[in-house]
Design a binder for this molecule. Structure first.
Ligand SMILES: [Zn+2]
Length: 270
């Protein structure tokens, strides 16, 4: 894995707010994962207990979810076998700031795709948004398409966005594509104003093999925006959390304290 350069997300107050006393250290050790996670609560037939599952935020900029999603994406892009690397830039002189450029230009991207498909039949891609140091967006596309002359692409992009600068080069075989994905997504910092860092055309990725799901037999599912810590402290007060998956816990009600009877105790009990 390359060195991560995501900004640390602001420390979420709710992470520790509800953890008090003895439970605090214990739960903090147990719950390590997405700092923005929401929660799935359900009944598990497998355990015969309520179950709490942390759902990651899936933001690209999240210190927890970002690297996981990036690695997944890199593997899938490799399988999709792109043939071209394309970079589409924006002209910083035309826009007040990066966000304005992004809002205006992202709507032009589908138009470009349509035009290219009309002339070159196949154009399937995954595109990744990156910001320059000056805050201006540019897009990296890993595309599966036939040969497209650079000046054709450049003319189209200029007509659509005012910026003529595009780069297109052949993708060589090997683990190149995956490496580029990792590079684009890990070197760029968290973008405040969008989570749409990555998008792709419908047929770019080959169909996914079915994945095995945890076999917990869940019923009565409800979703909470709160973190698992909060849910445990508020809805499951007086329960003991026991980990049953990387980000899942069963909640068993605590039994009332039963003191063993001793000769000393017997005098208290009539
Ligand atoms: Zn997250």
């Amino acid at each position: 894995m390359p060195k991560q350069s995501y900004e640390t997300p602001p420390n979420d107050a709710r992470r520790t707010h509800f953890l008090v006393g003895r439970n605090k250290d214990h739960l903090e050790r147990q719950i390590q994962g997405c700092p923005w996670s929401s929660t799935l609560i359900a009944d598990s037939a497998t355990y015969g207990l309520p179950i709490i599952i942390a759902l990651g935020c899936k933001r690209w900029g999240c210190t927890h979810c970002g690297p996981i999603r990036t690695a997944q994406l890199a593997r899938n892009v490799q399988r999709a076998a792109p043939t071209k690397f394309i970079t589409l830039t924006t002209d910083s002189k035309l826009w007040k700031n990066g966000r304005q450029a992004f809002d205006a230009i992202r709507r032009k991207l589908p138009t470009l795709t349509k035009q290219l498909r009309k002339e070159h039949q196949t154009f399937e891609y995954v595109r990744i948004l990156e910001l320059h140091k000056n805050g201006m967006p540019h897009w990296h596309l890993l595309a599966r398409c036939p040969y497209i002359p650079q000046n054709t692409l450049s003319n189209k992009w200029r007509q659509l966005t005012g910026s003529p600068i595009v780069d297109i080069r052949a993708a060589t075989n090997g683990p190149h594509a995956a490496r580029y994905v990792m590079k684009y997504l890990t070197k760029c910092k968290y973008i405040e104003w969008t989570n749409r860092r990555v998008s792709w055309s419908k047929n770019f990725f080959p169909p996914q093999p079915p994945t095995e799901k945890e076999n917990w037999h869940l019923t009565n599912k409800t979703y909470e925006k709160e973190s698992p810590e909060t849910v445990m402290q508020t809805q499951f007060f007086g329960h003991t959390a026991k980990r049953c998956g990387p980000y899942a816990w069963t909640m068993a009600p605590n039994r009332p304290l039963q003191r063993p009877s001793t000769p000393d105790d017997s005098s208290d009990v009539q």
